[in-house]
Design a protein around this ligand. Structure first.
Ligand code: G3I
Length: 354
């Protein structure tokens, strides 16, 4: 009769064995992802990454575009207040990208989840002026240095049935703040491709549909939207075909599409997850492969870039702090920089479809 302790210990022991076996796996030589396709492969960068030789080696081999993960957002630039913006770290990303002949994608000018404190003390008129001035200053500073911007990030609610109510919408109107942000960004940088960026567009069809209706409405209103950013933090348990359907609908707007923050967690939101590791990896490679195929099927002019939100599993926001279960493999490479099944899923599609 197996006692309870043994039953509980078994998965932990199995995970330890898997990790030991993985540690013995020699690194295999694989082609650079960016060499497989005619469009940029991207990843995110933080200020400590250039000091990590393994990360620099992976990045220079596999990617040709970078997105600042958090230090080009208000949380960093306005950390000392609205009147004392800091640009040292974003400036360093510009230099790193130039040194390595990579494009830089600006992320993000206006986000519902940041800036409320910095703008809180302003009356309506000064709020609007400060909103315009922030975008003019930041987008103006990086004119000619970034190829594109996430001008507004995550405007649609999680339920997917409406636009978020936030400090920007309360001061400037729900479509109003978005149109204003795009107009200010266009004035500051006439050449940058200007994106509206959001998540769960494939995972939650209702949210994807609301997002695309918003893009259509903004385009009709004359907002200078130049691209659609689908973050693609994939829920690998969604039905096959759902990703393909969203990408088909998104493509019908005719705009360039940026897969802007791809990761594919093996973890489930459900309290009890009975899937084996192999079942989860099969779901992950299935959905990542479907996304890559849908992107490859776009007309060349609509394939802006394909960005993974980190290179090694332990680089991922999903492996930081209390989120970290020590085992998730949401990215193309493991902690040692060795290709994961997710890498093979991407490379397999990129190689087959080129
Ligand atoms: O590095 C500092 C550390 O020195 C300091 O002690 C600590 C506590 O203040 O903060 C650390 O910086 C954190 C940074 O991540 C690096 O870990 C920031 O506080 C934290 O806000 C930042 O979180 C980022 C988050 O966006 C908010 O900006 C995540 O890295 C980043 O992966 C996440 O990315 C977002 C996209 O921008 C939008 N789509 C969703 C995606 C995931 O949430």
């Amino acid at each position: 009769m197996l006692d309870r302790r043994a039953l509980l210990a078994a998965p932990l022991a199995l995970a330890a064995c898997e990790r030991f076996a993985e540690a013995q796996t020699p690194a295999r030589d694989v082609p650079g992802l960016k060499t497989l396709v005619p469009f940029p492969i991207g990843t995110c960068i933080r200020s400590d990454r250039p000091d990590d030789p393994q990360w620099v080696s992976l990045a220079t081999k596999h990617v040709s575009q970078l997105t600042p993960e958090w230090e080009m957002k208000m949380e960093y630039i306005l950390a000392n207040g609205l009147d004392r913006p800091q640009f040292d770290r974003p400036d360093a990303f510009v230099a790193f990208a130039a040194r390595h002949a990579m494009r830089l994608h600006g992320h993000a000018l206006i986000w519902y989840s940041q800036g409320e404190e910095a703008f809180a003390h302003l009356d309506r008129a000064r709020f609007a002026a400060a909103f315009d001035a922030y975008i003019a200053t930041v987008a103006g500073r990086y004119r000619g240095k970034v190829v594109s911007w996430d001008v507004v990030n995550e405007p649609v609610t999680d339920a997917g049935d409406s636009l978020r109510d936030c400090h920007w919408s309360r001061a400037l109107g729900q479509d109003g703040y978005i149109i204003r942000a795009f107009e200010q960004a266009r004035a500051a940088d006439p050449d940058a491709v200007l994106f509206l960026n959001d998540y769960n567009l494939e995972n939650t069809p209702r949210k994807g549909a609301t997002f695309l209706k918003l893009v259509e409405r903004l385009m009709k209103a004359g907002a200078p939207i130049g691209g659609i950013g689908s973050q693609s933090h994939l829920d690998i348990e969604i039905p096959a075909g759902q990703i393909r359907t969203f990408m088909r609908d998104a493509a019908s707007l005719g705009l360039p599409i940026h897969i802007s923050e791809l990761d594919a967690s093996l973890r489930s939101d459900r309290r009890v997850d009975l899937r084996s590791r192999d079942q989860r990896l099969a779901e992950q490679t299935g959905r990542v492969g479907e996304l890559a195929e849908a992107f490859m099927a776009l007309p060349a002019r609509q394939r802006f870039a394909f960005t993974v939100w980190g290179l090694r599993d332990t680089d991922s926001w999903l492996r930081q702090g209390e989120r970290d279960d020590g085992q998730d493999q949401p990215l193309p490479f493991d902690a040692a920089g060795r290709p994961n099944p997710m890498f093979d899923a991407m490379a397999g599609v990129f190689t087959a479809r080129t």
